[in-house]
Ligand binder design. Structure first.
Ligand code: DX5
Ligand code: ZN
Length: 219
């Protein structure tokens, strides 16, 4: 059965002075999830959103919160973001601590575990962990900042993950994140992605509903 196309506007590109209104805008425009980028200034050279903001977003929208933890120690932070209201919680394979144990803990708390990896990390690094996740997030830029150019070679990773999923009869969404526009989204979906994160192309569009419709039309 084909997987639904899920569009996840990334709050990183929103107006940080108006998170509640921006979350409501993503929901009204037809977003499926709200993507929330958490950065700790160690794992990536940027600092963004903490649990109190996630708690506020939880009140501001009915959209599932797709929280992307770009932090060095997800083992200490995952429980905090579960408690704050994350629905999907994605951690990085390159992070420190017990990655498998953290994925299991996310599932045990009733939330959906996801695993991500940087452009320089091969798919093989994820293989032993694929049975533990409901989502694999393929970074299509180097994590840290919005507004970067899409890295074309990441499409091969999307294809490889789709093949592995079939071969091993696994069940996870394939999500892409970084530099996604109406021009790049079609190639991602054709490669096998079904969850699409976009910050700049959606929050900075003059009309987010039209921008989301253009994404759906391009797939
Ligand atoms: C980058 C973040 C992305 C970011 C994407 O580290 O993980 O989610 O918001 O932003 P755009 O769509 O502007 O590339
Ligand atoms: Zn992200």
């Amino acid at each position: 059965m084909p997987r639904p196309l899920l569009i996840a506007p990334s709050i990183l590109a929103a107006d940080f002075g108006q998170f509640a209104e921006e979350a409501a805008r993503a929901e009204a425009a037809g977003g499926d999830w709200l993507h929330v980028d958490v950065m700790d200034g160690h794992f990536v050279p940027n600092l963004t959103i903490g649990p109190d903001v996630v708690r506020a977003l939880r009140k501001a929208t009915k959209l599932p919160l797709d929280v992307h933890l770009m932090v060095e120690r997800p083992d200490s932070f995952a429980p905090v973001f579960v408690e704050a209201g994350a629905d999907w919680l994605t951690i990085h394979v390159e992070s420190q601590g017990d990655v498998a144990g953290t994925l299991r803990a996310i599932r045990a708390s009733g939330k959906r575990p996801g695993l991500s990896f940087k452009p320089a990390t091969p798919v093989s690094a994820l293989e032993p962990l694929l049975g533990l996740v409901d989502l694999v997030l393929v970074m299509t830029v180097n994590p840290g900042f919005g507004g970067q150019d899409f890295i074309e070679s990441a499409l091969d990773k999307v294809k490889a993950l789709a093949v592995l999923r079939d071969e091993r009869k696994l069940d996870f969404h394939i999500e892409v994140d970084g530099g996604i526009t109406a021009r790049t989204v079609g190639a991602c979906v054709r490669a096998g992605a079904n969850a699409i994160v976009a910050g700049t192309a959606l929050f900075r569009a003059p009309d987010m509903a039209r921008a989301i419709a253009a994404f759906r039309g391009a797939c």
